[in-house]
Design a protein around this ligand. Sequence first.
Ligand code: HAM
Length: 418
Amino acid sequence: MQDVLPADRAYWDKVIGAAEETALLYAFQRLDVPIIEYTDLFERGVGTASDFFVQKEMYTIEEEDGDSFALRPEFTAGVVRAYVENGLNNETQPVKVYTFGPIFRRERPQAGRYRQHSQFNCEIIGETDPAADAEAISLALDYLRRLGLRDLSVQLNSTGCRRCKPAYVEKLRAYLQTRPEKLSPVDQERLRRNPLRILDSKEPGMDAVLAEAPHIVDHLCEDCAAHYAELLQILDRLGVPYRQNFRLVRGIDYYVQTVFEVWAEGIGAQAALFGGGRYDGLSEAIGGPPAPAVGFGSGIERVILAMQAQGVEAPQPPTPQVMVVHFGGETKMAALELAQALRAAGISTFFAFARERRSMKSQMREANRRQVRETLIVGEDEVAQGLVTVRPMDGGEQTAVPRGEIVAWLQQRAEDRR
Ligand code: HAM
């Protein structure tokens, strides 16, 4: 788990800003879902053969009355539940929604892999057109490019459907069974349980083992083959670069047909900046109407790591314009009133807290460290004469400004700086 400190904020704001702008440009609407859901939603939605269950990645809360809740290990099941429960299937289809928020997975932590991470997630629900798959891919890619990221590679595959996938899995199993001695014990176990996962095995020597393995895209049924062919045609026509990767299989059960990821160079092993695909059966699996859909999730922390690795900067938020200093007693009260009046006028103001009278020097040191543009001094003389002494922090002349004119004076200074 990670803290997001004020110093990290600039990156978060930049990423979330770019994500939201891109989602709106593609005519998505925001839909937020709860952080906890019934565990059963994920059992039915993502499937118990998904990594979340097989590797016991979900954080669950067991209630005394027998209810079981889970901290969401992904967004999609919750978003589709919201679609079904709120009758969004009765609205104009497809429904295109985006969201942001924390996701929880009990994984072995390493750089770019956390037990709490945040995702930008987009779904297009109620659509079979491969143009929707292409739209999800281009949206995600546009968002990353808008951030200034380079060296991105779209990895694409089809995983077929209930009709064609099982026959392919058997072909793959048969191929691998001719080389059992080349498989590590981990992969031998996968061969028994879920041979598809051998395709993305990170065990050494797998490139050679899989060199002549059958590719699923050569074994698709007519529907899946047509869907995949049209998707490729659209991506080609739109100039969206991609690499077909027959080893791309994803850790979640619900995918059919299209699966994709975007990888960034230079951020180490956890290079996937987003992952997604088509999940036509999810709505029905959770008791909803048929609602073919496609979408993706993108890890915000990973995108920030990629920005930092590639030297992409994020603009630091502006520091407060002024700090108001005083010397206790009546000057403190007058300074508090001044600070409130400045804030009411939209001038970002830091008030110098002090239980006891503080020296001018100590307060000026603080103003310097806080990088304000002007320090406003409210001393006994200023209070008596209805003035405020302004000290510009860039070394300019100190000036006394009548209290009634200070707002306009500071607004003019801010204007001049623009
Ligand atoms: P996912 O590939 O499991 O897909 O996660 C999406 C993205 O979240 C990954 O590409 C990665 O950037 C980030 N991510 C995942 N796990 C971690 C982690 N432990 N630490 C940091 N970042 C992480 C899904 O979650 C699907 N629900 C995506 C989707 C939406 N498919 C269809 N619609």
